[in-house]
Ligand binder design. Structure first.
Ligand code: CDP
Length: 230
């Protein structure tokens, strides 16, 4: 059967990666979490003293070209996980400390140029599900199925708050809600490839939709495209 590319964009904490993983697993496709790559660059800045009160942009750009980023399957979990300079940083990149600065890091044109190029190489062959902010608009504009996911900010913050608590982080719901809103704002208003719905993307508001219903609905979109390609 022919393969397609699936691009999933949307607001922060809308469950893009959960849906993308479900689709990739059921279709036997590769999953690429583009946000993990931006988070890894932000983690690098954090761990190397380039983030204090503000982000040291010039300092980060000095190191950018030498940064090695890629995904490797973790044999324990079977999941593809992000590696930064040879080290698995999948857990560290999810902290609220990284979330606080990631959208500023992601707004730097040089960072986007490097990561978009890598993402396009990873997505060059069909049979990929990639999630992020600019996948349907910039990274994989030829994707056959494009989704734009959103939900009420309070619902998204509640989901992310629970995730962070489960990981043992000490955060408040209000702090997570502020972060979700702040990232929505920065992601949607930056100059280079801002978050916006692609003209040919299907909008999915999952404020009141369960994971199963959401998956089945999107899988049926994919099946329709795949059947037409046979
Ligand atoms: O927290 P959430 O899972 O929603 O975000 P993420 O997918 O891990 O992405 C973290 C941040 O990286 C976003 O808030 C964006 O600032 C940035 N990003 C981006 O600019 N472009 C992408 N294709 C993916 C992420």
């Amino acid at each position: 059967m022919k393969k397609i590319s699936i691009a999933i964009d949307g607001h922060s904490s809308t469950g893009k990666s959960t849906l993308a993983r479900q689709l990739a697993k059921s279709l036997g496709y590769v999953y690429i979490d583009s946000g993990a790559m931006y988070r890894a660059v932000a983690l690098f800045a954090l761990e190397n003293g380039l983030i204090g009160e503000t982000l040291d942009e010039a300092g980060l750009l000095e190191h950018l070209q030498a940064l090695e980023l890629g995904f490797e399957v973790n044999p324990k979990t079977g999941r593809s996980e992000i590696h930064l300079n040879g080290e698995n940083v999948e857990q560290q990149i999810r902290s609220i400390a990284v979330s606080r600065f990631v959208s500023e890091v992601a707004a730097l044109p040089e960072v986007r140029e490097k990561l978009v190029k890598l993402q396009q190489e990873m997505g060059a062959e069909k049979g990929v599900v990639m999630d992020g902010r600019d996948i349907g608009t910039v990274v994989l504009p030829e994707a056959e199925l494009k989704l734009f996911m959103t939900a009420a900010p309070e619902k998204r913050a509640a989901r992310r708050y629970k995730e962070l608590l489960d990981r043992g982080e000490s955060v408040t719901y209000q702090e997570v809600l502020r972060n979700v809103r702040h990232r929505d704002y920065l992601d949607s208003n930056r100059e280079v490839s801002p978050l916006k719905q692609a003209a040919d993307a299907i909008r999915l508001d999952n404020s009141d939709m369960g994971l199963k219903e959401q998956y089945e609905r999107v899988r049926s979109f994919a099946d329709r495209i795949l059947n037409a390609k046979k």
